[in-house]
Design a protein around this ligand. Structure first.
Ligand code: NAD
Length: 317
């Protein structure tokens, strides 16, 4: 097993002034990457700031004799995204890796969600990833090499109470990754999504009812958790996914409590309805168990693959 090296590579990590992003930045720098440490420097709910959080991470990296530059632009605007990528180009002349990690959290029961929260969550997480990825992807496509990772969340892929805006934005990132991975593959640009779990200041945003729900789950873990809920337990998967050693694209990966797993979006084989007439709602009711049966599933790699899977089932029916 050879050492995974980033010598000669340039990595942009958004929201890397603390939490998970800081840990990714430190490991990538240790492995030879020149790192753009981007962080607007807000509170975890997006209020306050801007502050120069990125400076301390850049300081840590440089103190070790390694290469990094700070960026204080917000991912939430197109100009901010352009400026982050321009910082990398000015300092290091290329962009090989982009980790869309910047994020904020505001929890609220659905009926109490305010417009401003929905707009802010979508603009930082979802629009933010578009803003940075578009200029970075153009460069990567031209140089025929790139690795892009989107920090999604189990809250979006599986669901979590009181996180409708956050979950919708995070699930939206998977949609972005699904499409960009298909477009980027031919140009050597590979894209994946990450569902991380780690203690960070974001966790402090949980409401009392969420804390109770999670407290009950973690009580079952007893001594088995160890330190597995900390950023260094997420970083190894991230570093592998954005490395030259990794050929995966179009994947969703979970790094949670020391368990590393691939997450799939699957379709059941379902029920093949009549060909000569459209079925009725009663037909659907009668076959609902078959429609929902999870025993036989496929994992379509694209919209085209889903059509192909259905047509194969038609042949068999
Ligand atoms: N910690 C977890 O368990 C967990 C779980 C699922 C997903 N995530 C995601 O992982 C990412 C990192 O989370 P974390 O726990 O390290 O949180 P964190 O709050 O420590 O880090 C997020 C960073 O993003 C920065 N930021 C916020 N808005 C920004 C903007 N507009 N432009 C640039 N930077 C901005 C913040 O200043 C902060 O330093 C987030 O996208 C989060 O949603 C975290």
């Amino acid at each position: 097993m050879s050492t995974i090296s980033f010598a000669g590579r340039v990595a942009i990590i958004t929201g890397a002034g603390g939490g998970l992003g800081r840990d990714y930045a430190l490991d990538l720098a240790r492995r030879g990457a020149a790192v753009v440490v981007n962080d607007l420097g807000t509170n975890s709910d997006g209020t306050g700031g801007p502050s120069r959080m990125a400076d301390s991470v850049v300081g840590e990296i440089r103190a070790a004799g390694l290469s990094a530059v700070a960026s204080y632009d917000s991912v939430a605007t197109a100009e901010g995204g352009e400026a982050i990528v321009a910082t990398a180009m000015k300092a290091f002349g290329r962009v090989d890796v982009l980790i869309n990690n910047a994020g904020i959290l505001r929890n609220a029961p659905f009926d109490e969600l305010e417009d401003s929260t929905i707009d802010t969550m979508l603009s930082v997480h979802l629009k933010g990833a578009f803003n940075v990825t578009r200029p970075a992807y153009r460069l990567m496509k031209r140089q025929r090499y790139g690795r892009i990772l989107f920090a999604s969340s189990a809250a979006g892929m599986f669901g979590n109470t009181e996180q409708a805006a956050y979950g919708a934005a995070k699930a939206g990132l998977v949609g972005l990754m699904n499409v960009l991975s298909l477009e980027g593959r031919a140009h050597g640009v590979l894209c994946n999504a990450l569902l991380p779990t780690a203690e960070s200041r974001m966790g402090a945003q949980m409401s009392a009812s969420q804390m109770k729900e999670f407290g009950e789950v973690f009580a079952m873990a007893g001594p088995y958790l160890g330190n597995s809920g900390t950023p260094p337990f997420v970083t190894p998967l991230v570093v592998y996914l954005v490395s030259e050693a990794c050929s995966s694209t179009h994947g969703i990966y979970s790094a949670s409590l020391g368990r590393y797993a691939r997450v799939f979006v699957a379709a059941s084989n379902g029920w093949i309805g009549p060909r000569d007439r459209a079925p009725t709602a009663e037909d659907v009711e009668a076959h609902f168990t078959t429609i929902c049966d999870q025993k036989n599933v496929t994992v379509p790699g694209s919209l085209r693959d889903e059509f192909t899977d259905i047509i194969k089932l038609l042949h068999k029916s």
